[in-house]
Write a protein that binds this ligand. Structure first.
Ligand code: SF4
Length: 343
């Protein structure tokens, strides 16, 4: 069907998504009761459906959480006031927020405590932006596009600039340049808020784009970094499509074209593999741009719960070889794909 197919690396699961999927899988293994999860654990339809079919109920507010329920907070980060509402209702709460989102929350807190106003570049209604803006609602101002900066009525002094981790570099950079121009004393974190997974995946598709006619990006409509990959390619004047299932490539005209395939940070690799198979390329090449080695450990509350359960079981059955304590020590070797397959 297609001529040359380039399979791009890095693609798919980032360290934050790996951690969040494994954490929710552990919750299912430890607790018998329904587990509530605030927001989609990661933004992928297939994964959310997989968990829904087990004993996970996704909720969008504290009002939906029954008293004494077991709760997990998603990878996207939770506003502090929402977290404390949940705290007063739940019996057990585990926070699977990505550490790189937590970094932005810390920056928001630090700049606010220093008396700064904060311009936050992000997407309105995105779970991550809602959580971050909730850190300091009185001093943070959402900006989605360059023109929004003109509407801001904040003084020239003491202004800081933060960002959602999953923005397209091509949408972030012009806003950052304009903000620097408007606020010459603008404060920014030393390390960019756009995370390594976002920038690595975008740099990879930019580099592969000169070899191909079309870039397919596997991921859901809810995934901000997936949409950022599509817009990155479109900005280069190339064709790019987001695809969530193999069926979605049926309507695309890919015959005889050179195609690259990548995936957003929350897209499972089996969908990528099914799409590759369906494309029936004349020739396949692997395009490795960066080798990612990042690893984020499971949330500390979960690690201590697993260890406590394991110790308890060991006390009751001292001769038993208790699997959980072995597995948690080997968490680096256990992938989110294996976790999903174990459900
Ligand atoms: Fe963390 Fe980046 Fe992955 Fe989001 S995309 S979960 S910020 S590593």
């Amino acid at each position: 069907m297609v001529k040359n197919l380039y399979i791009v690396t890095p693609r798919g699961f980032c360290a934050g998504v790996e951690m969040a999927i494994k954490a929710l899988t552990w919750m299912l293994k430890i607790y018998d009761e329904t587990i509530y999860c605030y927001h989609e654990i990661v933004h992928n339809d297939w994964i959310v459906e997989r968990f829904k079919n087990k004993n996970i109920k996704f909720i969008e507010s504290a009002e939906e959480l029954p008293e004494k329920a077991v709760l997990m907070l998603s990878a996207h980060g939770t506003a502090p006031d929402v977290e404390s509402q949940f705290n007063s209702i739940s019996s057990i709460q585990v926070n699977a927020v990505c550490p790189l989102v937590t970094k932005v929350h810390h920056e928001a807190k630090k700049f606010t405590e220093a008396g700064q106003k904060i311009i936050y570049v992000g997407h309105k209604n995105h779970d991550e932006a809602i959580g971050a803006l909730g850190v300091a609602p009185e001093s943070m101002f959402l900006v989605e596009k360059e023109e929004d900066l003109d509407q801001l009525d904040i003084s020239n002094e003491d202004v800081a600039l933060l960002a959602q981790t999953t923005l397209a570099m091509s949408e972030w950079e012009p806003i950052m340049d304009s903000a620097r121009e408007k606020y010459p004393n603008l404060n920014m974190p030393r390390k960019s808020d756009l995370c390594y997974a976002t920038t690595n995946r975008q740099e990879a598709v930019i580099n592969v784009s000169s070899f191909v006619d079309v870039v397919l990006v596997v991921g859901s409509d809810t995934s901000s970094n997936t949409k950022a990959l599509v817009s990155t390619i479109k900005n280069l004047g190339k064709e790019s499509y987001r695809v969530n299932t193999t069926q979605e490539i049926d309507s695309l005209d890919l015959y005889g074209k050179n195609v690259a395939v990548t995936a957003g940070a929350s897209a499972p690799d089996h969908i990528v593999q099914e799409i590759i198979k369906k494309l029936e390329p004349e020739k396949t090449e692997f395009f490795e741009n960066t080798n990612e080695t990042e690893y984020f450990p499971l949330p500390k509350e979960l690690r201590s719960n697993i260890t406590a359960v394991s110790k308890f079981l060991l006390n009751i059955f001292p001769d038993n070889d208790v699997e959980p304590i072995r597995s948690i020590n080997k968490d680096r070797q256990w992938t989110a794909t294996e976790a999903l397959n174990s459900l």
